[in-house]
Every structure is written in C-alpha cells, then in structure tokens.
Write a protein that binds this ligand. Structure first.
Ligand code: IMP
Ligand code: MG
Length: 183
C-alpha cells in the first residue's frame, strides 16, 4: 500500500509504505493460532516470546490458541549494531518457568539471518524440553540454510527494514498496529 500515512503515531517520522496492514495481521494471527492449536494435541505447552520485538505478537497469538498453555519471555541481547545482527547472543532474562518435559514454542518477531534464533535454541535445548519449535511473524528468507527453520510463519517479509507491530528502529515504532517499511 503506497498511501501517504496520516497516522498521528508517526508524527513527523517518515515511513515509506505499509507493508502489512492491521487487518492482514489480525487474520493471519488467528490462522497461526489455529495451526498451533491443531499441532499440539497433548503435553504442556510453554510459549516463550523473545523480547522486546515479540510482545504484541505474543499477546495476540496466545489469545488465538485454544488449549492450555503457559507464557513466558526471554530477553536476548545481541552484540553489534541494531540493524545487522552479529549472531552473538546473551540471555539477559531467563524464564522462571521450567522447560524440562514441555513443548516450547519460541515466538520471534522477524527472522533475518536466523542467527539469533539458532543461538537461543542451542541454549534452550540443554534444558531438555520435549520439543522446540519456532513461530515467527515475519521471515526474510535470507538464510539458505537454517538449523531450525520456523515451523509457523506469518508472512514472508520483503528485504527491507520493517517497523511496527513490535518491531523497532532505535526503539521507535513498536506500537504501530501494522508493519511498515522505513524510508
Ligand atoms: P537475525 O538474528 O539476523 O535473524 O535477526 C533477527 C533480529 O534482528 C530480530 O529479532 C529483530 O530484532 C532484528 N531485525 C531483523 N530485521 C529487522 C527489521 O527489518 N526490522 C526490525 N528489526 C529487525
Ligand atoms: Mg530489534
């Protein structure tokens, strides 16, 4: 959508276009919730959101999953610039909930190189969960090989810098209900 944006949330900041509308996101999130509901017939499910980018996605998604589950978050700090991920990660907040014997669904805002996820999954595997799968709102499909490709993907993302619905640029734009591409 190349409409000029008259959104007061932007106030003087430029975005190029809306890449994914609020309506498209809401519909897709409901579909993902249904797919997740269908693929976990039994066992304990722990939804682990990677902060901060996944906070809106997680809160919408879990309300569409029609089975018992627990929600917790991980805070991962990656070194280097905020635009290009370096692949070195550090757990800054660890979930208080035990992972052992549970199905873990890691929720990520966007998969770019996939390095953040790979490192996090390596760390979490040591805690003997029953399974680990990934649900990503967006996938840039930059990597040709990912050790843990996301099982659930909302949208294929254009190879542009995206903001909104949790995604930021220098901590701005996270509260937009749509995904926009930056100028
Ligand atoms: P990866 O480790 O290269 O897959 O990078 C994933 C992380 O980089 C995401 O969790 C985001 O925090 C950030 N990221 C990658 N692409 C974008 C983007 O287009 N907009 C905002 N953040 C992004
Ligand atoms: Mg980020």
């Amino acid at each position: 959508m190349n409409v000029p944006l008259a959104d007061p949330r932007l106030l003087g900041r430029q975005v190029k276009r809306i890449a994914i509308s609020e309506e498209e996101i809401q519909e897709r999130v409901r579909e993902l919730g249904q797919a997740i509901t269908d693929s976990y017939p039994d066992g304990e499910l722990l939804v682990l959101g990677l902060l901060k980018g996944s906070f809106i996605f997680v809160s919408d998604l879990v309300r569409s999953v029609m089975r018992p589950l627990q929600v917790d978050f991980l805070v991962v700090s990656s070194y280097g610039s905020d635009v290009v991920s370096s692949g070195l990660v550090r757990l800054v907040y660890d979930p208080e909930t035990t992972l052992e014997g549970k199905h873990i669904l890691l929720v990520e805002d966007i998969v770019d190189s996939g390095r953040t996820l790979s490192r996090v999954i390596d760390v979490l595997q040591e805690r003997q969960p029953k399974s680990i799968e990934v649900c990503a709102l967006l996938d840039k499909h930059v990597s040709t090989f990912l050790p843990h490709p996301p099982k659930f993907v909302g949208f294929n993302a254009p190879n542009e810098f995206l903001v909104g619905y949790g995604l930021d640029h220098a901590e701005n734009f996270r509260h937009l209900p749509y995904v926009a591409s930056l100028q």
